[in-house]
Design a protein around this ligand. Sequence first.
Ligand code: AP5
Ligand code: MG
Length: 216
Amino acid sequence: MNIILLGPPGAGKGTQASKLEDERGMVQLSTGDMLRAAVAAETPVGLQAKDVMERGDLVSDEIVTGILSDRLDEDDVKEGFILDGYPRTEAQAHALDALLAEKGMQLHHVIELEVDEDALVERITGRFTCANCGEGYHDTFKRPKVEGICDVCGSSNFKRRPDDNAETVRTRMQEYRTKTAPIIPHYEPKGLVRRVDGMADIETVSDAIAAILDKG
Ligand code: AP5
Ligand code: MG
């Protein structure tokens, strides 16, 4: 099964995608993670994307679509994938239609995480991840079971994203409102859009997503 998780910064796309990976063997395709890896490796794409991401603006459609297209050619995605952070513009939604048709793949659900924007700044400014394995945490909502130690790999190194500050978050939300939310009508006529209350706690959100996937 192939799905899109849609929602503003901090809606819980990454959190839920990683649970779906663990619980269902689906593959998380996060264009944000792919771009951050390119920035860290200082590849040509990473060098172009770094400042754009730090400002909270969107990276060009050509760059992200190119990265995603290459990733969709890898074997593991045949087990089913979760698009986390793509598509984000109307041009990307059309590009995705073309990519999936060309690769003989189908979309089964577009799941929108509905959230209250006021809560998102707190979610984002409190977020941190394990620097070793990437497990995601939150200062208030998801602390490691043993303080300072990653639940998954035992590392004591954690990191925060450079774009996770209150000012950049406002720009990222504005980008979502003006460029990404308008792609939802693209999927309505196809009957693919499902809505989930993203303000519920993490387990309740994942139960709601599981109920959608279990229906087929
Ligand atoms: P990206 O990495 O995609 O960031 P984003 O869309 O801003 O979303 P986030 O990762 O911030 O939020 P999330 O929904 O994954 O939330 P999370 O689960 O971590 O993109 C970053 C940048 O890359 C963009 O700004 C752009 O520059 C570029 N980019 C990427 N894709 C692009 C594209 N397609 N086109 C152009 N540019 C692109 O949750 C947040 C926190 O809240 C966590 O700490 C978590 O523990 C906590 N939390 C999660 N769920 C809950 C809950 N239900 N209750 C309480 N706390 C919760
Ligand atoms: Mg994310």
